[in-house]
Design a protein around this ligand. Sequence first.
Ligand SMILES: [Zn+2]
Length: 452
Amino acid sequence: MQILRGTVVTMNAGREIIADGAVAFDDSSIVAVGTFDDVTTDHPDAMISGVVSDLLLPGYINGHQHLTGDRLIQSSVPDNLPPGEAIFTWVVPVHAEHSPDDDELSATLTLAESLTNGITTTFEAGTVAHPARIAAAAERLGARLTIGTWGWDVEDGPYAGPVAEVIERQEAALDLVTGPLISGWVSLVGHDLMSDELVMAASSLARARGVGLTFHMSPHDGDPASYLERTGRRPLLHLADLGVLGPHVAIAHGVHLDEAELDVLGETRAAVVSCPWAYLRLGQGLTREFRHFDLWQRDARLALGCDAENAGDMVDGIRTAALFAGLAKDTRLDPTAFGAHDALELLTIRGAEALGIDDEVGSIEVGKQADLVVHDRTRIEWIPNSPDPVLQLIWGSDGRSVRDVYVAGAHVVRDGAITALDVQALTDDAVAAGRALRTRADIPAPSRWPIR
Ligand SMILES: [Zn+2]
């Protein structure tokens, strides 16, 4: 039995914050939450750590993260490219050239950064070529992960194939999931890169296996245009008519939605994952209408994501939550519309609800998994401590102050460092693998300004 001391932001139904609080956990589950005095009196033999100034939160949830080669070319794709060029000149060729070692190394680096920023649960975005290697990285680090494998049935492109073959690979990816922290999801690339037959089969597979289905849709207005041309309907209306949408579905992006599509999301209870940094980096029009805020106001299912290392780049949930809060206020010209506390809900319990994992994670409550994040409030950015820790967490801090992280009770980050391996020791491998991948994928290596 272990006890962590600190101010506990529970994210329970009453959103209670316990000033001098404690969380006790045994094996993987939380067994007590309360005042430090009460919890230590009830569990006198427990090992106690932490100090009263620590801030304890449930682990953060990243609903959309590419765990493959993007990491090895991180912040390399220029941010002044015309729409689509980043994907088809850079990202797809890189993904096509991943070796299994590249996949595991990339996932290790991204998940290590995620954990050190307090992200305990990651949803892989559907571009994994070697799922067993990604799962191995997550298991090694002790990260909670949902994973599928690359799925599309386009004419050309890496890992493309006919529907039956793509579905077979998805089934195989679901079957390889073994560890308690890893769960399988059916994952498609999405956009206009899936036939009706494929997306219907994928949705049926997810329903039959009791798992989720994720795909990309409408981060830009190209998807609506393409669906209108092919089907006469906007994407979500078409997918709803096919019977694909339901509470088992998490759609990445959904930036360009019309009123009818918002209604469909309400009716089907399909979730949307908002990755605001990616849309801003790529200039995709999030702020024109900011439909994700409409979804929030309609009580639709919504989560946050960090996306990829060349679309948002940094894997930091606090930074993402703060951006979402700022956009909500600014696009509505209304500072009362949404705030830090709402954003923290998206990063924790509301995100967990959207992604169907709120029975396990998303809040600090007895019986839930001991996925816990400890922020060190003695760091300079926290001094002096605000009487409202949530306000200070979202607006005044970021992942830098994450000192300790637990996943299912295991101490995966200690004093800011991954416990399972020396991440710095991977630097040489990362540099060499990134260089080799660039060469194999034949991607340019420009810098906008001359480097002498
Ligand atoms: Zn994505």
